[in-house]
Design a protein around this ligand. Structure first.
Ligand code: PAF
Length: 287
């Protein structure tokens, strides 16, 4: 496994691998580090599907708002490299902020409409930061496939829209959410949770399970607003959960819907704060 800090070095390495072994497929897993089993599952999927697997670890300042957790975002380089090695990663790209942004960027990639709701509404500018860094990383790595976790379902919808609109020659591979045995979706931010908050955070997966059961068992038309109300009431059973959003939208367009049966697929998307920690989770229901 090679650990690379500089863009030129990475480009050269990928170029050499491609010319040495004609027709190889490059798989890419972009991350912000503090890797957990969810990231490992992306690397494993890339390993299965591709000849060369590149992992990037970069905490991207551009996607954090002024009052967000950039300075305290968890980092553990040693453990990240161990996870990368265990999953058979070939190259770890570990650039510094200066390497990625040697000067303030004057080019921002901004995807409209699909960024209007959910995290796009509660974290203004977040998806501009994501789309810009992902574009830079795609240009640097030039992957054939890029793997993303469905926990950030809006992020996947945004990146897929960007790839389609800008004709980027990469296939986006969505990978399913990895959960703890008790249902909590894996997230680098789970480490912030106090024991009581960790316990109460289980309300997210139980709300999604309850909603999915309700939808599947319900006969006749069901309104998105009714389901949303049921989900909110369920989460409100937790004394410390503070709902940022609990929304039901068409997926992947993320447009509002009235009758759940009017679209082939919809998302139940949650962002809820437990103490200082904001967690997201979702489920997508396809008819
Ligand atoms: O999902 C993440 O970890 C980040 O948003 C990404 C895609 C690596 C861009 O910084």
């Amino acid at each position: 496994m090679q650990i690379i800090h500089h863009i030129q070095e990475l480009r050269q390495l990928v170029r050499e691998a491609k010319s040495a072994r004609g027709g190889i497929k490059v798989g890419f897993v972009p991350t912000m580090g503090y890797l957990h089993q969810g990231h490992a599952s992306l690397l494993e999927a890339a390993r299965k599907q591709c000849d060369l697997v590149v992992l990037s670890i970069f905490v991207n300042p551009l996607q954090f708002g002024p009052n967000e957790d950039l300075s305290r975002y968890p980092r553990d380089e040693e453990r990240d490299l161990a996870v990368a090695k265990a999953t058979g990663t070939d190259i770890v790209f570990f650039p510094s902020v200066e390497e990625m942004y040697p000067r303030p960027t004057k080019t921002i990639v901004s995807v409209i409409e699909v960024t209007e709701r959910l995290c796009g509404a509660s974290r203004p500018g977040h998806f501009d930061g994501v789309a810009t860094v992902v574009t830079k990383l795609f240009n640097i790595v030039q992957p054939d496939y890029a793997f993303f976790g469905m926990k950030d379902a809006q992020q996947i919808a945004v990146i897929q829209q960007m790839v389609d609109d800008l004709n980027m020659p990469v296939e986006i591979v969505p990978c399913k959410i990895v959960r703890e045995e008790d249902g909590l979706a894996l997230s680098s931010r789970n480490v912030y949770l106090e024991p009581e908050e960790r316990e109460q955070a289980l309300i997210l997966s139980s709300a999604l399970n309850m909603a999915e059961k309700l939808v599947r068992e319900h006969k006749g038309p069901l309104l998105a607003s009714e389901l949303q109300e049921a989900v909110k009431q369920h989460i409100d059973q937790s004394s410390i959960a503070e709902i940022d959003y609990a929304d039901i939208l068409a997926y992947p367009s993320l447009e509002p819907i009235t009758d759940l049966r009017s679209v082939p697929a919809f998302i139940i998307a949650l962002a809820v704060k437990f103490g200082k920690t904001r967690l997201i989770d979702n489920t997508i229901i396809r008819w």
